[in-house]
Design a protein around this ligand. Structure first.
Ligand code: ME8
Length: 586
């Protein structure tokens, strides 16, 4: 009996513990969900190493870097991959032409990309090269999965091939043209690159079997490919013929690549090899789910078909989730022309970032780059934009509000609710209230545009607010107020407080775009590193009747002009070094 009673007590204890255990299990599950939901994985294309990096490559990297930094500021765990695509006929031929063994050649050029990205503050967390062993293992495994599912079969391919694009084309995708010596050739309608007829025994992938699944994916996920016009372009592509795809080349034609598992006479097609890089970085073939479930790709419009048709078909075939978003951007032209080695107008991004500073180039690319349509590059445009928006408007505002004449105590001054009450009646005028509204809603506006890769719209909105804040200061000319008069002094402090609060918001929101300049700005305002996240934005809390942690705090050290004005000397100084003709393009 005693024994029984003991047991019952134990049961009772256990029962009383159940809600807590249950709660604990729920909490664990929800933190797990929470943690997973707040993971983010962003990639750039991996770039061919047949030539040096150019402006377009930096553009893709800057977009991805911006998204990565933005997600980190939002408290996400983010992984950001970039790297180089080193196999294939095009690289094999480039190495031969350079008289180097392919791996040495690839290492040299890959290092140039890495150097460019480090110089431009591209904060990648992984730099992948397709010649790495971890990647080879991933590709071999991926191939075996497709093979075991019966999705790859031995066949023969006869048709057009463009080595420049490493792409197979149907007769409808090629047209007649003349080469530089006047000889008749065939070219790809899309890229204009020369194509050749080839006939080979190859392994084929059953691409044709995936048309309806691809259509379902796109129809069920209207934002899978962004901007919308590119989603429409993919839907259009899927209306056309979708023949099976050759996924290998004969080894005697292409030695520089990963051999087909079990058939050393064949080399895996470079695009299949290259696309798998995104999985390799996620950890495939080992544990990869955490990152792969939250994958987003940034690509240029030239490789849309590979990413939005071939890649999802391969993934569907392998039973893996599809990328969350494929962000597509358009191209940079130079003085209205396509960048090309033969025209000699290839823009060297490293040279540009030396001329205009790293942040200057990042700002220009993201402020002027419109994903939906091609954009034109000129040195003059860069200079004008940076002088107007970074040096004069943003830099000028900071300078005015922190100048010792206006702010002799060098502090974040106090806000006076009587001078700027929530209802009119103080010294603030209607336009000032409009400005507060605009800045208050700015984070949400910027967030929406960052999320859809429309950085130029986010920057347009920030720039408009900076103009409004400059207008606010100009309207009230605080330097004319009498500091000995207590009412005037309170109003003057309020004007400066509001302006510094605006600057704090701009500095925080601009971190993903211009990290160095934002850091300089926020440091000057005395904003600590842990106070720079999205969650810490809280614009003008004193106006809401809440405490403001910055009020009365000493400003940070004055480390000089925020962004130095550029003059023609910046461009001219660098001109002799400019070797646009010698910078290679693909
Ligand atoms: O296609 N403007 O590599 P790639 C803007 N290795 N962006 C441009 C551009 C321009 N004028 N030119 C190039 C390849 N880009 C493959 C990718 S991914 C699994 C394999 C950018 O060196 C843009 O992102 O030719 C474009 O998609 C990419 O560089 C092509 O780089």
């Amino acid at each position: 009996m005693r024994h029984f009673i003991g047991l019952r007590r134990e049961h009772r204890q256990l029962l009383s513990l159940l809600p807590a255990l249950f709660k604990h299990a729920l909490r664990r599950r929800s933190t797990q969900l929470c943690r997973d939901d707040r993971s983010y994985y962003i990639t750039t294309p991996i770039f061919y190493v047949n030539a040096s990096p150019h402006l377009g490559h930096l553009y893709s990297a800057v977009i991805a870097d911006c998204l990565h930094r933005y997600k980190l500021l939002q408290g996400f765990k983010s992984q950001f991959a970039t790297g180089t695509d080193e196999h294939g006929l095009k690289i094999q031929q480039a190495a031969e032409a350079a008289g180097k063994d392919p791996l040495t050649f690839c290492t040299d050029v890959s290092e140039r990309f890495r150097h460019l990205f480090s110089s431009c503050n591209i904060s990648y967390t992984d730099y992948i090269r397709t010649t790495q062993q971890r990647h080879r293992q991933a590709v071999e495994h991926f191939w075996s999965v497709l093979w075991n599912k019966g999705l790859i079969y031995k066949g023969s391919y006869e048709g057009w091939y463009s080595t420049q694009d490493e792409s197979f084309l149907t007769p409808l995708q090629v047209s007649d043209a003349l080469d530089s010596s006047g000889k008749e050739i065939k070219v790809s309608l899309e890229s204009g690159h020369k194509v050749e007829w080839m006939k080979e025994e190859n392994y084929m992938f059953r691409l044709s079997a995936f048309r309806s699944q691809l259509l379902d994916w796109l129809r069920g996920n209207p934002h899978a490919v962004q901007p919308e016009r590119f989603q429409q372009a993919v839907l259009q592509l899927l209306q056309e013929d979708l023949p099976d795809l050759s996924v290998s080349r004969q080894r005697n034609r292409l030695q520089w690549g990963i051999p087909v598992p079990g058939d050393p006479e064949q080399t895996i097609y470079v695009w299949l090899d290259a696309l798998v890089n995104y999985l390799t970085v996620a950890g495939y073939p080992h544990e990869h789910d955490q990152w792969w479930r939250v994958a987003h790709h940034v690509i240029g419009k030239d490789i849309l078909k590979f990413h939005a048709v071939y890649w999802p078909a391969f993934l569907l075939g392998a039973g893996l989730p599809l990328p969350k978003t494929i962000y597509v951007h358009s191209h940079w032209t130079v003085e209205g022309k396509k960048m090309s080695k033969s025209v000699g107008n290839v823009v060297d991004p490293l040279e540009c970032s030396q001329m205009f500073t790293t942040d200057g180039m990042r700002y220009f690319l993201l402020r002027q780059g419109v994903p939906d349509s091609d954009c034109d590059y000129t040195d003059n445009k860069v200079m004008k934009l940076l002088n107007a928006e970074l040096a004069d408007s943003l830099g000028g505002l900071l300078n005015r509000c922190t100048a010792p004449a206006l702010n002799p105590a060098q502090v974040y001054p106090c806000f006076c609710p009587q001078s700027f009450p929530r209802e009119q009646g103080g010294r603030a005028v209607e336009e000032d209230y409009h400005m507060l509204e605009a800045v208050k809603s700015l984070p949400a506006v910027v967030e929406k545009h960052y999320e859809s890769m429309h950085m130029y719209k986010a920057l347009e909105a920030i720039s408009a607010c900076v103009r409004q804040t400059n207008g606010f200061v100009q309207r009230h000319t605080p330097w004319k107020l009498d500091q000995r008069d207590s009412k005037d002094k309170r109003w003057q402090d309020t004007i400066v407080h509001v302006s510094l609060e605006c600057l704090r918001i701009y500095g925080t929101l601009l971190q993903p775009i211009i990290p160095e300049t934002s850091n300089k700005l926020l440091s000057r305002l005395g904003v600590q590193p842990e106070e720079r996240s999205w969650a810490a934005l809280n614009f003008l809390s004193r106006y809401q009747g809440l405490d403001c942690p910055f009020e009365g705090r000493a400003l940070g050290v004055d480390s000089g002009v925020l962004f130095t004005r550029l003059g023609t000397q910046n461009v001219d100084k660098e001109k002799p070094k400019k070797t646009k003709k010698s910078a290679n393009s693909k």
